[in-house]
Design a protein around this ligand. Structure first.
Ligand code: SAH
Ligand code: ZN
Ligand code: ZN
Ligand code: ZN
Ligand code: ZN
Length: 518
């Protein structure tokens, strides 16, 4: 079981995808309604196509939707590949073997037994990440086992479990208390009574804690997450084992119905979805999934409410703004910087990146959202919204224009505000980093190969059914792999790549990077 894509790498991806070469893998969503993809242990696979220099390679393939690393799920099948009965049967057996050994029901029964135990008999195996019943102690004798698990600890599983931080496979970045509390207070101030937590276990747990505490906020929460370890701590109506890259409920119809009932309660009134997916360029499959959840919510609405939207908080780095807004035009980005516990680079005050690039994208009107002044936000009366202190109102743009929390400057030639590090270049006729290469991007757009724009503004991206999602990471890794294979090959052939050609390539890549990514 693995949740994919690492947040930090996402930043690097934004900054480096093009630097490392314009080679991508895109997801394709066939329009045929009868289409069904082959299954891996993580549910329906996605159909990918390799793209290099804007040209699609013709042979498409299926691969796991959730795991970036082949080591976590090695599913691979060419689109036109025919499998023998034997191989299909072997695959089915493999998929079954990979499922958790306990059903959701069994997990709940274990949990109920566990809380009945006296404190001294409540043990948790740190190696297996599992609550132990007395008859299981023997099998874990050699493992590191914690005793005296209190009810308080059981209510904070995200502190008991270690975050799945493996860079390649799992990426669990837990909210810092401050950000988590901010979210709970905000949700409660906005009057929400139910929160669908998609990939936000710590938020889920804080909501549940607040609801059971004396403050009696009475907000209900349902967690959908691929991390099965959480199933030990929650009843069936507050956790579903779920893959958000293909809208797959591991426990089938029963779990789907839990989610449906949750969304449709009170005719869909008072519910919000909050999601904090692993970053990594898979925006389109996520958008497809969220639209399915939205549709599920809509089914429960009466006719005259049909114009309403399901309120959503989508937590993601600011540089995905254009991508997210392509799929959800009603979404705005808030200035609030979301902080994480276990991500050194994303925490305030650490060396390196001092600010978190992670923001909240939402269709909740921005004027309803109060950001904490003690954390450095202020209300802009002209924009009628809270912005970060450094984000100054530009009278020429008539808005607070900064996207990244730094003060941006207005350029009269470009007629817009630009990053503080940029200067206007008379050759390129636009603002750019000083020292950029005026020849423009050698390799062109990551998606279509044209030379006059970059990936994020690619006009070809908007075509509705032609998915243009760029799986930077696979591409980058594949390219690295290919490169190292090539090097290996060339060395064995006795004609190792000469040094100057390597540096020349590197220079070229750096130049492209400067242009595309500053
Ligand atoms: N900041 C959040 C955690 C975000 S980390 C919090 O503190 O609550 C991303 C979360 O998404 C993790 O909990 C991870 O288990 C989950 N996740 C990763 N891949 C997933 C997938 N394919 N489907 C569903 N959940 C996934
Ligand atoms: Zn898989
Ligand atoms: Zn303003
Ligand atoms: Zn301006
Ligand atoms: Zn220039």
């Amino acid at each position: 079981m693995a949740s994919p894509r690492d947040r930090l790498e996402a930043v690097e991806a934004e900054e480096g995808a093009s630097r490392r070469g314009c080679l991508g893998v895109e997801v394709v969503f066939p329009s045929d309604p009868a289409f069904s993809a082959p299954l891996c242990p993580h549910g329906p696979t996605l159909l990918f196509v390799k793209v290099s220099q804007g040209k699609e390679e013709t042979r498409r393939f299926y691969a796991c939707s959730a795991c970036r690393d082949r080591k976590d799920c090695n599913f691979f099948q060419w689109e036109d590949e025919k499998l023998s009965e034997t191989r299909l049967a072997a695959r089915e057996a493999h998929n079954r073997r990979c499922q958790p050994h306990l059903s959701r029901r069994q997990c709940v029964e274990r949990y109920l037994k566990f809380i009945e135990l006296p404190l001294t008999q409540r043990k948790f195996c740190q190696r297996c990440q599992q609550l132990l019943l007395p008859d299981e102690w023997g099998r874990h004798r050699e493992h590191q086992v914690m005793g005296d698990i209190s009810i308080t600890q059981l209510r904070r599983p995200s502190q008991l479990l270690y975050p799945l931080e493996n860079k390649k496979a799992n990426a669990q970045y837990l909210f810092a208390d401050r950000s988590c509390q901010f979210l709970v207070d905000l949700l409660s101030a906005l009057g929400f009574r139910r929160v669908l937590c998609v990939g936000t276990p710590r938020l889920h747990e804080l909501i549940m804690l607040t609801a059971s505490g004396d403050k009696k906020s009475n907000i209900k929460s349902l967690l959908l997450d691929i991390d099965f370890r959480y199933s030990q701590f929650y009843m069936e109506d507050s956790f579903c084992h779920y893959n958000m890259f293909n809208h797959h409920f591991f426990d089938g119809k029963a779990a789907l119905e839990v989610c449906r009932a949750f969304l449709q309660e009170d005719e869909g009134e008072g519910v919000i979805m909050v999601t904090d997916p692993p970053f990594g360029g898979l925006v389109e499959p996520l958008a497809v999934t969220f639209k399915k959840l939205i549709a599920m919510w809509k089914e429960g609405q009466s006719q005259d409410d049909s114009h309403k939207e399901l309120p959503i908080f989508w937590i993601f780095p600011y540089f995905f703004e254009s991508r997210i807004c392509q799929f959800f035009p009603s979404f705005c980005m808030l200035d609030y910087q979301v902080d994480y516990d276990n991500h050194a680079l994303y925490k305030h005050g650490k060396t390196g990146r001092k600010q978190s690039p992670v923001r909240i994208f939402t269709n909740v009107p921005r004027n309803k959202i109060i950001l904490p002044t003690e954390e450095g936000y202020r209300f802009c009366p002209l924009c009628q919204r809270y912005v970060s202190l450094e984000n100054q109102h530009c009278e020429h743009c008539n808005s607070c224009t900064s996207k990244d929390g730094r003060k941006w400057n207005h350029c009269f030639l470009c007629k817009k505000c630009v990053k503080p590090s940029w200067i206007h270049c008379s050759i390129c006729n636009r603002c750019a980093l000083p020292g950029h290469s005026c020849e423009g991007p050698k390799d062109g757009c990551f998606i279509c190969g044209e030379l006059d724009h970059k990936r994020s503004t690619c006009p070809n991206i908007a075509t509705p059914k032609r998915a243009n999602n760029t799986l930077f990471f696979r591409a980058v890794r594949k390219q690295k792999q290919r490169k190292s294979n090539k090097m290996k090959m060339e060395t064995t052939k006795g004609q190792s790549m000469n040094h100057t050609s390597v540096t020349r390539k590197k220079k070229r890549r750096e130049r492209a990077h400067q242009y595309l990514c500053s």
